[in-house]
Ligand binder design. Sequence first.
Ligand code: CO
Length: 134
Amino acid sequence: MPKIKAVNHVAVVVDDMDKSLSFWRDALGMELHELRDVPAEKSQVAFLPIAGAEVELVMPTSGDSGIAKYLVKRGPGMHHICLEVDDIDGMMAQLKAKQIRLINEAPRTAADGKKYAFIHPESTGGVLVELYQI
Ligand code: CO
């Protein structure tokens, strides 16, 4: 039976990285581990690790990216929660068997080798959920 192991990260869409960091880094005092451009996603991402998990701030760097379209439609705010799973293929088969609506029918592989897939908010109570297998 596939098992959820941890919360890996929580992703927040922002429209102003400096303003957002003035809250997460400066007011809350969380450590900014890395601020990185992700050209493939036309976005800039800030990583703020906390107790084995991370808050990720994502800002579009181009108007035609998926995240830019999301921002126009929904505004800044919570984007998704990512759960680490020990067996993503097994978990996706289990979800399909329970008629859970998936965004990715099969897991994708990131540049760093992690496998990931998204579950549709329609089946989760309105929260976009990402699964990760490291
Ligand atoms: Co994510």
